[in-house]
Design a protein around this ligand. Structure first.
Ligand code: TPP
Length: 641
């Protein structure tokens, strides 16, 4: 309450209401070591109700995390402090994931608990055996994502997942009864969890419930009845305490009620000593774990360590080169989704930490490699996750898997449903997690499913997101290259937009260089001095190539630039970009809306693409219907000369 007061902003209610729960958890149960915060077999602790982050910061300080100094607490919510307004992964050790958008943390925790079970199946319980604890509030449970996450966790019986729900019946608008009359216990039991309600201010009751949860064969949901802003004389139990500093009088009253006679930011030595002792408990457990890791066969221990350093195995690049050679040899005329499936068949063999999945579109997304088996309740050794029709839950779980470390998650759906996953994609970008999205059916080219399924604004929307690499490969070889780039990118997410329909092979010449790594490159230079530059991505690269031929027949010299990844192209030097784009007028073609293309078109450019939603018809009929043809590109090009 003092830190919030000092910042003149923040949420004191949750930290005061959940302090008892957190105290029991951090002093009696949670396995952590502030001196080795990234110790792989630590318990994971996620604050899903991230607005209550001052609780986490206080715990990290009290238990002795070196980077969470008292000064950081005093600079809550100030520029450059580790104590941001919501917990941000990377700002301080002990912050497992960025939370704030309600419900995300709970869904991340499902991914963490899943990663734990999978790695335990692979490396043994001696090496991987930890719990995932989550605190969440009413808001997390009201959010739809909590349904997807809890339903998946219940289905898989992730019994080492323990949720402590801040059951305080208050949110921002007032008492939760204004908008919320679910019975969360019934709801979670319905998902296959064990659920109980306890007094969240009664230390023994909390400890007993956690003990029961640790023994459970199902995930556990513990509704802890609490009073928001516990101790505040007039604001406790009311929405007034949720989101604003309490004020001097209320704080003075709380000090009196809680019998706390110290000035702000003063922690008496005996209190600090007890907390530090709790923080030191974990060191012995961690050292014992390190001995067990050392006792593994050297090769297994090295593999475990490699994974946790987020280092790729050496065979990946050769595997990609082999797939590219195979595509060229066969002159593969296949859809890029199919090419992606072929790439996965190969790379999953050399990258054992790759765990795939799809939101119930496996046969369409081509996400399941030949030798992958399903992750199942009771047997987590498989490397393919059936996420069910839960795009948002899948994307959030993948964030949890990536944040957990030891595994690289990828997951598929239709590109149009990136909207259903977007809040979690944004958090992956924010946290710098190396998640890979396999998003197929990337344009009107998908055909008959019609405009609900045909993305038009999605590429623009995804490209607008800082930190996300959006790849739209033009053929099988580019698809393999883009996969290599996505896998090598261990500090941020990548999205592959892939076609349903077959495409001709564009990259026939053998080359050891990954052309897509430049983001955009000259696929076909003009025969002679360049008069025009045609820019295209994905399936429209072949449209541009045919347009180039049409123009050549009229003696017009055009180059085609394939642009599989704008974000990588932007990273090149200006000179390099200028050399690719040239100074001739440009025409861009992409079966999507124009939004964003102006930056590449220059003052004299033209765009061929979509201006509204698609239509239901075979894909081959839709391209001419919407005027996305070589003839239209050539016509636009001629008009610029
Ligand atoms: C997705 C999302 N929507 C809205 C908000 C804004 N918000 C922050 S806290 C909150 C109310 C949460 O209520 P509860 O979980 O009961 O928290 P408590 O009042 O108990 O602290 C809202 C709407 C948010 N952070 N995330």
């Amino acid at each position: 309450m003092d830190a919030v007061e000092q910042a003149k902003s923040g949420r004191p209610g949750m930290p005061m209401g959940m302090a008892d729960i957190a105290t029991v958890l951090f002093t009696q149960f949670l396995r952590y070591d502030p001196q080795a915060p990234d110790w792989p077999d630590r318990d994971r602790f996620v604050v899903s109700n991230g607005h209550g982050c001052m609780l986490l910061y206080a715990l990290l300080h009290l238990t002795g995390y070196p980077d969470m100094t008292l000064d950081e607490l005093k600079h809550f919510r100030q520029l450059g402090s580790r104590t941001a307004g919501h917990p941000e992964r990377g700002h301080a050790s002990g912050i497992e994931v960025t939370t704030g958008p309600l419900g995300q943390g709970l869904a991340n925790a499902v991914g963490m608990a899943l990663a734990e079970r999978h790695l335990a199946a692979e490396f043994g319980d001696e090496i991987v055996d930890h719990h995932t604890y989550v605190v969440c509030g009413d808001g997390c449970l009201m959010e739809g994502i909590s349904h997807e996450a809890a339903s998946l966790a219940g289905h898989l019986r992730l019994n080492k997942l323990i949720v402590l729900y801040d059951d305080n019946s208050v949110s921002i608008d007032g008492p939760t009864e204004l908008a919320f009359s679910d019975d969360p216990l019934l709801r979670f039991r319905g998902y296959g969890w064990v659920a109980e309600r306890i007094d969240g201010h009664h230390h023994e009751a909390i400890a007993d419930a956690i003990r029961r949860a640790q023994q459970s064969d199902r995930p556990s949901f513990i509704a802890c009845r609490t009073i928001i802003a516990f101790g505040a004389p007039t604001k406790a139990g009311t929405a007034a305490a949720h989101g604003a500093p309490l004020g001097a009088a209320e704080i003075a009253g709380a000090r009196e009620r809680l019998d706390w006679n110290y000035p702000p930011f003063v922690i008496p030595e005996d209190v600090r000593g007890e907390w530090r002792a709790a923080g030191e408990r974990g060191a012995t457990v961690r050292r014992a774990w390190e001995k067990r890791l050392e006792a593994l066969p050297a090769e297994r221990a090295a593999e475990f360590r490699r994974r946790h350093r987020r280092e790729l195995p050496s065979g990946l690049d050769q595997a990609i080169a082999n797939v590219c050679a195979e595509f060229r040899e066969k002159n593969a005329k296949i859809a890029t989704r199919q090419a992606s499936g072929t790439v996965l068949d190969t790379v999953t063999k050399v990258v054992p930490e790759l765990v795939g999945g799809s939101a119930d579109l496996t046969p369409s997304n081509n996400t399941k490699a030949k030798d992958q088996t399903d992750v199942r309740r009771g047997d987590f050794s498989g490397r393919y996750i059936r996420y069910g029709v839960r795009e948002h839950g899948m994307a959030a779980a993948m964030n949890g898997i990536a944040a957990h470390a030891g595994l690289i998650p990828y997951g598929g759906t239709f590109l149009t449903f990136s909207d259903y996953a977007r809040p979690s994609i944004r958090l992956a970008a924010f946290m710098g997690l190396g998640v890979v999205y396999v998003m197929t059916h990337d344009s009107i080219g998908l055909g008959e499913d019609g405009p609900t399924h045909q993305p038009v604004e999605h590429l623009a929307a995804l490209r607008a997101m800082p930190g996300l690499h959006v790849f739209r490969p033009a053929d099988p070889v580019e698809t393999a290259e883009c996969w290599a780039l996505a896998l090598h990118r261990r500090d941020g997410p990548s999205l592959l937009a892939l076609t349903r329909q077959s495409l001709p092979l564009q990259r026939r010449e053998a080359s050891s260089e990954n052309h897509s790594a430049r983001g955009a490159y000259i696929l076909a230079e003009a025969d002679g001095a360049r008069q025009l530059t045609l820019l295209a991505t994905g399936s429209e690269v072949s449209v541009a190539m045919t347009a180039r031929d049409l123009l050549a027949r009229d003696g017009i010299r055009a180059a085609v630039v394939s642009m599989p990844c704008w974000e990588l192209f932007e990273k090149l030097s200006r000179e390099h970009r200028d050399a690719v784009l040239g100074s001739a007028p440009r025409v861009a073609v992409e079966a999507a809306v124009e939004f964003g293309w102006d930056r590449w078109l220059g003052p004299r450019g033209a765009f061929i693409g979509m201006t509204g939603f698609g239509a239901s018809a075979p894909g081959e009929a839709l391209f001419p219907h919407f005027g996305i043809t070589p003839e239209k590109v050539a016509e636009a090009a001629r008009s610029l000369l």
